[in-house]
Structures are given as C-alpha cells and as structure tokens.
Design a protein around this ligand. Sequence first.
Ligand code: 5MM
Length: 336
Amino acid sequence: MSDLNKIVLKIISSGKGILAADESNGTMTKRLEAVNVKSNPENRLAFRETLFSSECMKECIGGVILYDETINQKTSLGKPIPDLISETGAIPGIKVDTGVKNLANSSKEKITEGLDGLRERLKKYYELGARFTKWRGVYSISNEYPSKLAIHTNAHALARYSALVQESKMVPIIEPEVLMDGDHSIDICFKKTSEVIKKCFEELILNKVDLSGIILKPNMILPGSQSKNKIAGEEISKKTLECLENSVPNEVPGIAFLSGGQSEIEASENLNLINKNNRTKFIMTYSYGRALQQSALKTWSKNTKDIESTQNTFNHRAKMCSLAAQGKWSINLEYK
Ligand code: 5MM
C-alpha cells in the first residue's frame, strides 16, 4: 500500500467523510450575510473553529478542506488551525485552485485556474500540515453545454494539478462538478456526467497519476433543480452507481460526493441509498460543504457565543452523514 493510498483510506474509511470548509472569502461572505453576520477574518475563523472543535470530528470527519485564509489562522488560544484538526484525528487539506474564469472561445463556460506557481504553493501548504488538496472544475448543462472544449480543458487542468500534488506527497481530490442548475432530465445528467468523468480519467492516466492515491469528488446523478419531474432516491442511487461503475477505473479507492445544492436530508438519504445499493468496490462517502454546515451556521448566527448549540447541530448532521456512508441512515433518526 503506497503512502498516498494510506492517506486516502485514513480520510474516507469507517464511515468517515470530508468536511468541505474551503469556501473562498467571496462565497463565505454570501453565506454569512445570508444569516446577517458580518464577514470578516475573525467571524470566519470563529465559525470554523467552532466546527473543528466539535465532538463529531473524531468519529465522522476524516479530512477537512481549508481555504488559504484558514490554514494560516490560529485559534483563540493561539493554536494553528491545522494542529487543531490533526489533534481530532482528521487530516487537514487545502483548496489549491484559484477559482473559475470565463473559458476563451466558449465564454459562457468556465475554466478553473491555479496551475501557475502551484508547485511552490504546494510546498508551503505541506509545511503548514496539509496532506491532501482539492481542485474543482465546474460544468453547466444545456443543449450545447458542457462543450467538448470545456470537458477537455478542465480535465487537462485537473490532471496536471493531480500530478503536481502527488509529486508533493499529497492526495489530490478531483472535483468535476456538473452543476444542478437547469431543467434537464436525470438521463441528461447521467450522460453529461459520464462524459466529463471519463475524460478526466483519460487525462489522469496520460499524466501518469497514481489512481490508488486520489479521491474523486463528483456530483450525484440528479435531475436539474428546475426540472418538474420528481425522481425517487432509489433511481438517483442506481443511476449514480451505474455512471461511476462505467466511468471510474477500479484502482480508485474512493468517491466522496459533493452535495451541490441538495438539502441536508436529501444529501443524507441519497448517500444512504447509494451505499445500500453499492455493489462496486469503491468506498462511497461525503465531501459536503452546505449539507454539513447549513443548519450549524443558522444556529451559530442566532448567538455566536452559544458554542454548544452550534456544535450539537453540527454533530447531528455529521452523524447522519456518517450513518449514510455506511448505509445505516434512516429518516426516523432526523427528528428527536
Ligand atoms: C465549500 O464550498 C466550495 C466552494 O468554494 P468557492 O468558494 O471557491 O466556490 C466547493 O468547492 C465545495 O467544496 C464543493 O462544491 C462541495 O460543496 P457542496 O456545498 O456542494 O457540498
């Protein structure tokens, strides 16, 4: 077992998943202002420190993805944030892409940037304690999109990023996110997501990336958020499994889904069904941002000094996700 594979398994085995707390300052500002909290470095730190000090970190969270600001911050008691996370047994990770820009020659689509100077930045993040990283490619669905150009260029960037990360002895999370926006059917999502993921692996293999030392972070196969067709969780789980079985090489140890705008309960229910129906050898877990933090943020915003209530809310959500990652979640556990 390679060192990279060991890191992967430590992050995603035994019902553990990933807390995606890597919102850039722009996104975090939107999240905080939506609950009437001022977005400044102190408040961003206070909320995140509250989460990272919660009890569920030991049992449910194998890794935390941080943003550059947070990995450089210290707790109120002067402890570096990566140390706070490591002491719970979870592994600190870092988002290393620098965000999305319009794609030249297909300007309604996006290309993720951040390859320039990446090798040097990775060295710095390793010294700060990071052992895994994340890069997100974003694709939208319409009649003409994602275009072949967007699929190709984003896959190429994800592969070059992954090769550099492994060279720096860290595990790359590869996140090709096909967005839920639109009124497309679940079958269109299946088709487009399959195309996107297959192209990513073509490029990863070309770039000689060790597939046993990566984590794939895809979207689930869902109808568009404006689609009128309500699709049952059973079908979502079966289509998601079929897509991944056909597009992901067997050497990949694990898949950690993004929540992508699903509600907290939907994200737990769908992950639970995926695990119940999983006949593949891939570990299937969560790498949720909103579906782990939404309720906790709401609770915290009501009284930012009430650490206990915020942590209780987060502990519950993380426990539900962890049960779902083992196929042991049930709706009855949601309400006391
Ligand atoms: C945590 O949110 C990340 C967003 O970062 P930006 O601020 O740079 O947009 C995002 O990449 C996240 O890790 C994934 O999309 C998963 O989050 P969700 O909320 O979809 O589970």
